[in-house]
Design a protein around this ligand. Structure first.
Ligand SMILES: [Fe+2]
Length: 164
């Protein structure tokens, strides 16, 4: 059985580190939808699920504000280094992919390892929460660009509870 990644200890560390509104646009409900998007995408892309799941939980946790904060991804990568070994367990390869995914997730890139691409798509598919419909040209993977997948993610991001 795969060990649980999102442990109570990890959630405690995230709560302690996160300085914005827990239910705000970059808070826990966003992380949960990014996690859902990423795990669903990973079934189609073959992405590393450990990296995808931890990306969802950590990529925005070091934000200083809800608008322009270009270094928050790099801070998240540093924070992951602090958690590694005591709170989370990662191979060296996973740690490198996760650090890259976090550091560059808001830079607009689309080319990267497929696990990194899956992380970025999972995040971008949740833009409906701020009124933006994700555009396929800004997504990385064919799975995320698929019209029905994108539409379901968009509806979920807007709080349409029947979206599956
Ligand atoms: Fe995000």
């Amino acid at each position: 059985m795969t060990p649980r990644l999102v442990t109570p200890l990890l959630v405690t560390c995230l709560r302690q580190r996160f300085s914005l509104r827990w239910h705000g646009i970059h808070g826990a409900s966003h992380w949960a939808r990014v996690r859902w998007n990423g795990l669903a995408l990973s079934e189609r892309t073959g992405a590393n699920r450990t990296v995808v799941e931890l990306f969802a939980m950590v990529h925005d946790v070091c934000r200083d504000n809800d608008s322009h904060d270009p270094l928050h991804g790099a801070r998240a990568a540093q924070f992951l280094q602090e958690l590694r070994g005591s709170v989370i367990s990662l191979s060296d390869t996973e740690a490198k992919l996760l650090a890259y995914a976090c550091t560059h997730h808001s830079d607009g890139h689309t080319e990267a390892d497929v696990t990194v691409q899956t992380c970025w798509d999972a995040d971008r598919l949740d833009l409906g929460r701020v009124g933006i419909r994700p555009q396929p040209r800004y997504l990385c993977t064919a799975a995320a660009k698929q019209a029905d997948f994108l539409e379901h993610a968009f509806q979920r991001s807007r709080g349409r509870r029947n979206a599956s």
